[in-house]
Structure formats: C-alpha cells, structure tokens
Design a protein around this ligand. Structure first.
Ligand code: ADP
Length: 584
C-alpha cells in the first residue's frame, strides 16, 4: 500500500487490507479454528449423552461407536490444529513480509532531511520490534477473537441447558473475574511498556557503544561506557522485576478464582443433586464446561492487550508510512537523458530545516561541461551542502539549480542521479564481496568491465593481494579495507557508472604519499572529460583544477585560478599557507 492510499483510510482498514491478498489462507484458518471449537464443545455433551442414555440401557455397541466417533473427532482436531498452527503462522509471516516490504521501500524513498531528524536506532526498533507485535496480532488476533467468542457462546448455552440454576451461579461470578483480569492486565501492560522503554535504552547504549568503540578505546574510556551500559541494564532488570511481580499477582489471582469457582460449582451442584434436580453425570459434565468457559475469557483479555500493543505498533508503522518524502518527482517530471554536464547554480540560498541560519546565501556558480572546479574553504563553510544540492538530496530554499539548462526539480530524480557520480569522503561499503561492491556502480556490468574499472581506479593490485581476490568479503562497514582502498573501490564504482558529472569529496584523513599519489592518479583519470566538482582538502588537487571557488560561512568568497587567488592574497592564500604547513 502506498503513502497516498494510507492517508485516505483509518488504521483498522489499512490493517485489514493486509489480509486481502491472503484471504484464502485466512478463511482456511478460520474454518479450522471453528472445527476445533466444535470438537471441544461437543466432547462433554456427547459423553454425557452416552453415559446417561446408552450405558444404563446397556447399549455397549452404540456406546463404543460413539466413543470411536469422538476418537475420530480428536484425530480430525489434530489435523485442524496442525493447519491452524502452521498455515495460520504462515499467514502472519506473509503479512509481515508485505508490511516489511512496504516499509522498506518507503524508507528508501524518504529524503535526507528525514534521516537528519530520526535516529537510526529508533528506526531499527520500529522495523524489528513493532513488526513482531503486528505479526503476532495479525496471526493470533482474529483467530483468538473468533475461537473465544464461539466457545463462550457455545459453553454458555450448553451450561444453561444442563442446569440453569448452576449456570447462573457461574455467570454471577464472571463479572468479578473480568474486572480483576482487566485491572491487572492494565497494570501488566504498563509494566511491559516500561520494560520495552528500558530495553530500547539498552539497545541505544549498545548501538552507540559499538559505533563509538574506537573512540572509547582511544580515550581509554571503556569503563565509563560499561558504567553507562550497566546503569541501563540495571534499569531494565528493575523494570522486568516489576513486570514479573504483576504477572505473579495476576496468575495467582486466576488460580484462586478458578479454585473458588470449582468449589462453588461442586457445593451448589451437590446441593442440587441432594434436591434431585441433577445427577452426578450432569455435574461432571458441567464442571468440564466451566473450564471450557473460563479459558476463552482469559484469552479474550489477553487479546485486548495484544490488540492494543499490536495496534500501537501498527499506528507507528502507518505514521511512518504517511511521512511524505520532502523530495518527490513532480507529476510531469521529465527524463534528463544523457547530458553534456553544464551546471548552473543560480542565485541559490539554502538553509537546513533544523537551523534558522542559511548555510548558503545567493550563491551563483556556472560550471561548464568538462570543467574541473575545486571547492575549498573552512570546515563547516557549506562545501558539502552545495554539492548535495546538485543531485537534489535537498531542495534549494531560494533560487534554482540547472543541469544542461533544466531545473533539477522538474526532472525525474533517478534520471538526474544517473548522470552524476559521487565519491564520498566516508565511503560506505555494503556487507558482501569486493566484486559486488564495485558492481554496485552498474549492476549489469560484466566481469571484464568490473576488472577494467578496478584497474583504472588503481585498486586491482590491492584486490589481487587479498586472500580471495574479488570474492573477498568486506565487513559490515568494510573494516578490512583501509580508507584509501575504500576510496578507490568507490572510484571503481564510478568508472563503471561512467557519468558525465562528478562530485568528489576527498578524504580528509592523512594518507601515505604512495596511496595519495595513486588516489590522485585515479581521480585525475576519472575527472578527464567530465564536469567535476571537487571538495578539495589537498593542495595537489587544487592545483590541477581549472578553477577554484572559496566557500565560507554564507557563500562564494573568492573565485579564480590558483595563481590569481594567490596573487590576490585573500582567504584562499591564507588557507593555502596554513595547509601547506600541514601537508608538508
Ligand atoms: P563543509 O563541507 O564546508 O565542511 P557542510 O556543508 O558540511 O560544510 O556544513 C555547513 C553547515 O551546515 C555547518 O554549519 C553544518 O553544521 C551544517 N549542516 C551540515 N549538514 C547538516 C544537516 N544535515 N542538518 C543540519 N545542519 C547541517
């Protein structure tokens, strides 16, 4: 289901819509559940009939035939039970897969600004925790509701027909039982919410500790990290203690009620037997129905809890699904096609949603096809921001950005980004082989093309030195590769993609001179014949650029060639002097 469809209808209807593709399984589940109920309900009443009517008349043949029938019914019940457990769960699994698919695809569509605002850990817990509860509800919800209702109604009428006076005694006790159950269940729900919140706290700690492990070790701060974790762990333990306390209270209360109810039934039943209003067989049968009657009531109160939790998770899911990506293709968006690579940043002002101050103010920059422009400036000056506006990762606040004369907001995002290659400073390698990571640049590339790209990116020899060559697995974050190697893998990706426009964000971290020379060589080779914007941190790159622009706080401060800017003796000359000392 899409964002638009979800905006028009309520939660329950959206939930129900996920059953629709699997309605046959759902129906099968329900029919089997009904059969299970009927077998359970029939057993005591049929036994009672045989004992009261067949045994006294010594109709042993008929008696055993009925017993054989009951045995057969239980064989069938076994089959139905299997179907409900297996296929019913499968229904849940299929719905979960559908919900997960919709969520994942929606999250892929969301814009950068969404990820600026939301923490990864919280999103992860939505994708895992919420979905688990939704699936539980999806599978068990309708089944529990249905089985319980049928059983309660069935048992209710049978008990009334066996002995209405005794039935009235049981029904009189039920409201007390329901009130107790719902009160303690509410307490349990609060306790369980607390447990979840504390668990999220632990997960947050673990996530931040693992991602910050290197920093923690570098500052020899492992103890402080452990302390923070232990505090979260203690809180979680406390919350669980509270939960189990309420659970123990609930369960012992239930046992108490069941016991009292049994005593009441036997006592009043005994009284009725003495009065000659019922016999022993009636009483035994009746006692069996008391259990049959109570179990679904317990289940129903559990259902209320499950429904509330599942629905809370489902609401969070729908809320996420209803978030519109800030950046969407216009209905009449055009395909860009292959471009020459002319970029015009036309009087652009930009500010991030989270900040009142603009990062760029009235910036105008024209990059001609095939030209290499180095963007330099102080850290935080807005270099990366400017480069992120060209592939439309964010929309400009004012002004416009044209690629080959076309406003990027009028183009299909995919076609625009297909024309741009981006090498990021912090290269992300996906878990998998080096081969797959390079192929990411163009999934239909042949092996020969991938090898050629690796050679041009000067990473081929490094790959050949690895234990399994191209089939070497990289860690989740490519931990086995050095920063320089990762950059070259990402350069190889771009060689495969072969876009006319390039955006290169150089690594700031110091590289040894051999690696630096190789990366520089690969960059130069990559930039040849393409329109290139380089966020430059190293002097060598700056010197090979056709033009240099200096971005500071709010826009372009200076512009020109290296020589021109040095002669001017302004911001650039100052930066150059400082960097020269650092680089040497
Ligand atoms: P540079 O690349 O020159 O170091 P950036 O473009 O990364 O500078 O950042 C420019 C300014 O915008 C900085 O003040 C930075 O804090 C802010 N900024 C960068 N990214 C975001 C973001 N996603 N949300 C809010 N502010 C941001």
């Amino acid at each position: 289901m899409t964002t638009d469809q979800m905006k028009k209808i309520g939660y329950l209807r959206i939930f129900a819509s996920y059953y629709k593709p699997h309605w046959k399984l759902f129906l099968l589940d329900m029919v089997c559940a009904l059969c299970i109920c009927l077998v359970d309900l029939a057993f005591p009443v049929v036994s009672r009939y045989s004992m009261q009517n067949l045994l006294p008349q010594q109709l042993f043949g008929a008696f055993f035939a009925v017993m054989a029938l009951l045995g057969g019914a239980y064989v069938l019940k076994g089959v139905f039970y299997y179907i409900v457990t297996y296929w019913g769960h499968l229904l849940g699994v299929r719905m979960e897969a559908d919900i997960r698919r919709d969520l994942f695809s929606h999250m892929q569509d969301l814009s950068f600004s969404f990820y600026d605002k939301n923490r990864t850990g919280q999103l992860m817990s939505r994708v895992t925790g919420d979905l688990f509860e939704i699936t539980e509800l999806a599978h068990h919800g309708p089944e529990d509701l249905f089985i319980s209702s049928v059983t309660i109604l069935g048992a209710f009428f049978i008990m009334l027909t066996i002995q209405w006076r005794l039935a009235l005694v049981v029904f009189a006790v039920i409201p007390i039982f329901i009130v107790f159950t719902s009160l303690t269940r509410k307490k349990m729900m609060r306790a369980s919410t607390e447990v979840k919140a504390k668990l999220a706290g632990i997960n947050g700690e673990v996530e931040s500790s693992i991602s910050g492990m290197r920093t923690a070790k570098a500052f020899a701060n492992e103890q402080a990290e452990s302390d923070k974790f232990n505090a979260a762990n203690d809180q979680f333990r406390g919350a669980k203690r509270g939960y189990y306390k309420t659970m123990a209270f609930y369960q012992s209360g239930m046992e108490f009620f069941m016991g009292i109810l049994s005593v009441l039934v036997i006592a009043f039943g005994g009284f009725l037997i003495m009065q000659g209003r019922m016999d022993f067989i009636d009483l035994t049968t009746f006692a069996l129905y008391v259990t049959t009657f109570i179990t679904p009531i317990r289940k129903l109160s559990a259902f209320v809890e499950q429904f509330m939790q599942g629905m809370a998770g489902f609401k969070r899911f729908v809320e996420l699904m209803r978030v519109e990506p800030d950046i969407q293709d216009a209905p009449d968006a055009r395909d860009l096609g292959t471009v020459k690579g002319d970029i015009l940043v036309d009087d652009v002002t930009f500010r991030y949603e989270s900040s009142p101050e603009p990062v760029l103010e009235h910036v105008t920059l024209h990059v001609h096809p095939g030209e290499t422009v180095a963007v330099v400036g102080p850290s935080g000056g807005g270099k990366s921001t400017l480069c992120q506006l060209i592939p439309r990762f964010y929309d400009v606040t004012e002004g416009r950005i044209l690629v080959d004369g076309q406003d990027v907001r009028t183009l299909k995002q995919q076609s625009l980004r297909g024309q741009i290659g981006i090498v990021q400073q912090d290269v992300f390698l996906f878990a998998g082989t080096i081969y797959d990571n390079i192929r990411y640049g163009r999934p239909d590339a042949t092996e020969a093309e991938i090898v050629a790209a690796a050679k041009r990116a000067e990473i081929y020899d490094d790959i050949m030195d690895m234990p399994n060559g191209f089939q070497t697995q990289v860690g989740e974050r490519g931990v086995m590769l050095s920063g320089g190697q990762k950059q070259r893998v990402s350069i190889a990706r771009i060689f495969l993609k072969n876009p006319p426009i390039l955006i290169l964000d150089e690594a700031t971290s110091a590289l040894d001179s051999v690696t630096e020379a190789r990366i520089q060589g690969a960059f130069d080779e990559l930039a040849r014949g393409r329109t290139t914007l380089i966020i430059a941190h190293r002097l060598s790159t700056i010197r090979s650029a056709h033009r240099i622009i200096v971005i500071d706080g709010c826009g372009i401060a200076e512009e020109g060639t290296h020589e021109e800017l040095m002669a001017k003796g302004g911001e650039y000359a100052r930066l150059y002097e400082t960097q020269k000392h650092v680089a040497v």
